[in-house]
Design a binder for this molecule. Structure first.
Ligand code: HEM
Length: 449
């Protein structure tokens, strides 16, 4: 019986996929018409609209339905060597790309080496001893139990403090979502740097340079190199000071130094510096951007905002988190993850969408398309709070899945909960990114208790 039903349900699913694709075309046509009317420069307006996750989602729905593995001779990424671009949009194929490290490699090594002025960092590494050595040591230093015992209580207390200090008018990134992860870096990592402002700016520009500077802007490189010099010097100083004046703080610097004393490979002073700088860069701008994107999406959905607020007020942490992860599916931190083909590699063999990706092509594994693939995900275009967490790709997938995954899952709801509890929470402005990939300002107001 099931086999007979499958006979009908499979063509129906394919049909639905095409309908979603056609819906995408209609949406994009409406957006295009909207741009033709009104004032302002067409190119600038188009650029702004293409940056919006909702436009990208419809664009990728069209590709997923009609050209799921699109190959372009054009290089969309200038910052890392490649000969062209592939856009992969079906969920199964996106997961496949991120699983096949021997065919599709991480590209970040040259820029990682510029940041460290020497060695690679493990996000820039392929499978092998250096990757195993560094991730193993850092997993011993950053214990999973620290999230509940050290990170979460401190983040919750700092958030309460910052929200209370705002007096009902808060600039979300500047007053809260950059400050809480900075505090984690300062206290839990044990690396406060010269000042909060410098550390936030340094880590943000280095993240931009490594992952988001697709056009290879020389100004971004110049600023990132200056930040790297400052970041390395601050870490050298911290490590040396700890050796001269040991402390008993439960932080990553002390844990790494204990591993050094025990002769753990990769934990000499330079190894500690390289590993910690990679973690610092990963931690601050990302958590902030994710918090702002989740709030932006909730504000665009009054019913869901109300649901999230009710969950926050009722102390239903699971439901609150479900609202946040779903908001981030619609408005993610990043729409895709890129890899480079190490050899001519076939995607989706034995299917009609089979495609050979030529060696050196930059392969975009479009997570924003994968998490809306209605052939694999039930009711993919609806905002639902009952989805399994494994469906999300908010912080990557596969071997390089975010090192901070367990932290993110706790700290993001902890940062947003005290805010969502507030009475008459309202937007007093839009998310302002300026010319950067990060939310710079997002003014919110509420009625203080
Ligand atoms: C919401 C916050 C965050 C987001 C959205 C995020 C996103 C990501 C993504 C997409 C990747 C995979 C990149 C790739 O495969 O090319 C990744 C990896 C990584 N992230 Fe995060 N991240 C976040 C927070 C953090 C935090 C808090 C830390 C540090 C504690 C961190 C450290 C890292 C590291 C070290 C890797 C490399 C893992 C590996 O190569 O095995 N991230 N992150």
């Amino acid at each position: 019986m099931a086999a007979i039903l499958n006979l009908f349900s499979t063509p129906l699913s394919v049909l639905r996929n095409w309908l979603v694709g056609l819906g995408g075309i209609a949406h994009l046509a409406m957006v295009g018409l909207g741009l033709l009317g009104g004032e302002g420069n067409f190119k600038a307006k188009l650029g702004a609209v293409l940056k919006q996750a909702s436009t990208q989602r419809h664009l990728f729905a069209v590709l997923r339905a009609f050209v799921p593995n699109l190959l372009l001779s054009r290089q969309l990424v200038r910052s890392y060597e490649n000969t062209g671009t592939a856009l992969i949009t079906r969920r199964q194929d996106v997961l496949d790309v991120l699983n096949r490290n021997d065919d599709f490699a991480v590209v970040y090594e040259p820029r990682m080496r510029k940041i460290t002025e020497g060695e690679n960092f493990f996000l820039g590494m392929q499978p092998g001893w250096p990757y195993t050595r560094d991730t193993s040591a850092m997993r011993l230093a950053a214990r999973r139990t620290d999230v509940a015992e050290l990170i979460l209580p401190r983040a919750a207390a700092k958030t309460e403090e910052f929200v209370a200090a705002s007096g009902g008018s808060i600039d979300l990134p500047q007053d809260l979502t950059l400050r809480v992860p900075y505090d984690m870096v300062a206290t839990y990592f044990g690396t406060p740097g010269p000042s909060e402002r410098e550390m936030i700016d340094w880590m943000t520009i280095m993240f931009w340079y490594l992952f988001s500077d697709l056009g290879a802007d020389p100004e971004v490189e110049r600023k990132a190199m200056a930040a790297a010099t400052g970041g390395r010097a601050a870490l050298d100083q911290t490590i040396a000071a700890r050796k001269t004046n040991p402390t008993d703080s439960e932080d990553l610097i002390n844990r790494c130094l204990a591993l050094q004393t025990s002769g753990t490979p990769g934990m000499d002073d330079m190894g500690i510096r390289n590993n910690i700088i990679g973690l610092q860069i990963g931690a601050i701008p990302t958590i902030s951007k994710a918090c702002n994107h989740a709030m932006e999406e909730l504000f665009n959905r009054p019913a869901e905002l109300e649901g999230a607020q009710k969950a926050a007020r009722a102390g239903d942490d699971h439901l609150l988190a479900q609202y946040i992860w779903e908001a981030l599916r619609f408005n993610p931190h990043q729409p895709l993850i890129y890899r480079r083909a190490l050899r001519d590699a076939v995607i989706a063999p034995s299917t009609l969408r089979r495609r050979t990706i030529p060696k050196d092509t930059m392969v975009m594994a479009v997570s924003l398309a994968a998490t809306f693939d209605n052939l694999d995900i039930e009711d993919a275009n609806s905002f639902r709070t009952d989805r399994a967490f494994d469906l999300y790709m908010t912080w990557g997938y596969g071997m390089h899945l975010c090192f901070g995954a367990a932290i993110n899952r706790q700290i993001i709801p902890a940062i947003l909960k005290p805010l969502l509890r507030q009475k008459n929470l309202r937007r007093a402005g839009e998310v302002e990114r300026g010319e950067t990939p990060f939310p710079q300002h997002f003014r919110l107001e509420f009625d203080p208790a």
